[in-house]
Design a protein around this ligand. Structure first.
Ligand code: AMP
Length: 125
């Protein structure tokens, strides 16, 4: 017998990985995908997401697979080099009170376009 609590609905990010939902994908390898946030809060706003959805937030990821967390951060840096001149703000929301809406751990990479002045309000999230 299968109980309702055992049925996991795929997260929106898993559906992007499966190409069920379109996304502007900027990077992908066997463990990580990155794409543009659909509702950008900065001139450059990328999401870096592990392909596994088994970690709901960054604390779970850090305690159970720190190597994967390190790879996410290294990917964020490479993408920032490519898209926003190397400087970036990295955000992990954890919990509804912080505005987390997708419980499949992901890093927000926020930056400005190369040559643009930093405007604090343009990196709000
Ligand atoms: P969080 O609030 O930290 O859980 O972040 C979830 C992020 O996912 C938000 O910034 C959303 O704009 C973004 N998002 C939700 N659905 C999509 C989608 N289909 N494609 C790209 N980004 C999405």
């Amino acid at each position: 017998m299968v109980f309702m609590s055992e049925i996991r609905v795929p997260t929106v990010f898993t559906r992007i990985i499966a190409r069920e939902i379109p996304a502007d994908i900027v990077f992908e390898d066997d463990r990580i995908i990155a794409f543009r946030d659909i509702n950008p809060q900065a001139p450059v706003h990328l999401l870096v997401v592990p392909k596994t959805e088994q970690y709901r937030n960054v604390s779970e990821l850090a305690s159970r697979d720190p190597g994967l967390l390190a790879d996410i951060i290294a990917t964020a840096k490479r993408l920032a080099d490519e898209h926003c001149g190397g400087d970036f703000r990295l955000i992990f929301n954890e919990g509804e009170a912080t505005g987390q809406t997708v419980f499949h751990v992901h890093a927000h990479v926020l930056g400005v376009l190369p040559g643009d002045a930093l405007a604090e309000e343009s990196l709000a999230h």
